[in-house]
Design a protein around this ligand. Structure first.
Ligand code: 5AD
Ligand code: SF4
Length: 449
């Protein structure tokens, strides 16, 4: 039976939307919200672009690669459009925010662009597009965050909850403040209510999201601070685990560090990007912290929570990065012994301060540095995974393992993936496992019964 739903005055009958997401967790979460929003308007999700009435590509510009991928994927939908000119193709996310009208002119396949600050306008855009309007450009930011976006209604064991959007830091390489706007925090009451709803729907773990969660509501003295917000979330009945990302060393307070030692629901894992190990490079990056400050924070974190898993982002080949600067990055990695690292070759992003400087590291140098860094980190990751052998870990069982139908997969509090023999009745359970083998990207374990 075809569904008949009235969407702001027009009838939408069983129409299908295909959403393709590139980029970070923030973008993944935006896609979830866009889906929830169009579902309330009668659209159903499809995994097959060939049968979609609306195709939405949600992209991120932070690094060049996802952006290029998005261009090529939008281009591919041209064929679909030739077959069926009724198909509506939209580009959302940071790429849309930055490209705006220019993209509409440049990519003939595109019917609309939608910036991350205007997601709530999606139903209106689709209504106009269904009436034949093309070339719709909806970008920019409004004061305050729209708090009334629907949360995804399908029960999610692990859910993302946005606590703040945008960023005021202006790291010199970073496009985020341009494409996601200034920092705006959501009211704590709205965040808490959203988490309570999610928990009622079956969520066991939340990840609080923001470009810089540690500076949550810093400019609003009446609002809770970030550690106070964590404390309130910690006592929500039924919620088993709390995580947050991303953190900035400059705003990570002692109080937040201490929250990892409370033994509550906050999992002992912190993603704390350091970007570079050389103070001269950090200064040019406008990071607002030194390597010494970063190392002191790592030390404090490990004093408070010795088992904490620490991951980070790092870049190679920033303008002016010499061999000695790069050696300092390697030295910091050896010193900290991260549990995992996300490493990137610097690429200039239009509109940022660093884009005005000469990109003086050749691609070959960047590539070589990246390989050296990744080789170093691979050794550390494997060694640290092996160190966990024979330990007992609590995991939240998420589902079947990708590799075998008789193997289940869960995550430790310090965010390691554990595969273990078991059945799907365990999904959603917190269980203890003994780690039997540490591998490069995951652990093997067995249930302690
Ligand atoms: N070039 C390369 N990597 C970048 N990142 C941000 N901007 C750039 C850029 N211009 C990386 C940083 C950041 C992560 C999300 O992406 O390491 O923490
Ligand atoms: Fe970009 Fe720096 Fe803000 Fe992170 S803190 S989003 S790197 S400007």
């Amino acid at each position: 039976m075809l569904e008949k739903i009235v969407l702001s005055g027009i009838v939408t009958m069983g129409r299908r939307v295909y959403i393709k997401t590139f980029g970070c967790q923030m973008n993944e979460h935006d896609s979830e919200r866009m889906l929830a929003l169009v579902e309330t308007c009668g659209y159903q999700e499809t995994q097959n672009p060939d049968e979609a009435d609306v195709i939405l590509v949600n992209t991120c510009t932070v690094r060049e690669k996802p952006e290029q991928k998005a261009y090529s994927i939008v281009g591919r939908f041209q064929q679909l459009k030739e077959k069926n000119p009724e198909v509506i193709v939209g580009l959302a996310g940071c790429v849309a925010e930055q490209g705006g009208e220019r993209l509409l002119a440049r990519i003939p396949t595109l019917d609309f662009v939608l910036g991350p600050g205007k997601i709530h306008k999606l139903p209106e855009i689709l209504r106009d597009a269904e009436r034949g309007k093309r070339g719709i450009c909806t970008v920019g930011f409004e004061n305050g965050c729209p708090n009334n976006l629907p949360i995804p209604h399908a029960a999610q064991l692990r859910a993302y909850v946005t606590i703040m959007q945008g960023c005021d830091n202006f790291c010199s390489y970073c496009i985020v403040p341009m494409v996601r706007g200034r920092e705006r925090s959501r009211p704590s009451a709205v965040i808490l209510a959203e988490i309570e709803t999610l928990v009622r729907q079956g969520t066991k773990e939340v990840t609080l999201l923001g470009q810089n969660v540690n500076s949550y509501a810093n400019n609003d003295p009446r609002e809770l601070t970030f550690p106070q917000l964590l404390a309130k979330i910690d006592v929500i009945p039924g919620l088993e685990r709390i995580r947050f990302t991303t953190s900035h060393p400059k705003d990570l307070t002692e109080e937040t560090i201490e929250a990892f030692g409370h033994g509550g629901h906050l999992c002992e894992h912190l993603h704390l990007p350091f970007q570079a190990g050389s103070n001269a490079v950090l200064e040019r990056m406008n990071r607002g912290h030194t390597r010494e400050e970063y190392l002191a924070q790592i030390q404090r974190l490990r004093e408070v929570a010795p088992q904490i898993g620490i991951t980070a982002d790092v870049m190679v080949g920033f303008p002016g990065e010499g061999d000695e600067d790069f050696e300092q990055t390697l030295e910091l990695i050896r010193r900290v012994e991260f549990d995992g690292l996300f490493s990137f070759k610097y690429s200039p992003r239009p509109g940022t301060r660093a884009a005005r400087w000469r990109d003086d590291c050749t691609l070959e140098v960047k590539q070589r540095r990246l390989e050296v860094l990744q080789e170093l980190q691979r050794g550390i990751t494997l060694r640290k995974n092996k160190e966990l052998e024979e330990t007992i870990q609590e995991i939240l069982v998420e589902g079947r393992s990708r590799n075998s139908p008789h193997t289940m997969m869960g995550r430790t509090r310090c965010n390691r993936i554990v595969n273990f023999p078991g059945g799907s009745e365990l999904v959603g359970a917190l269980i203890t496992v003994k780690i039997t083998e540490g591998l490069q990207n995951s652990l093997r374990g067995e249930s302690c019964g």
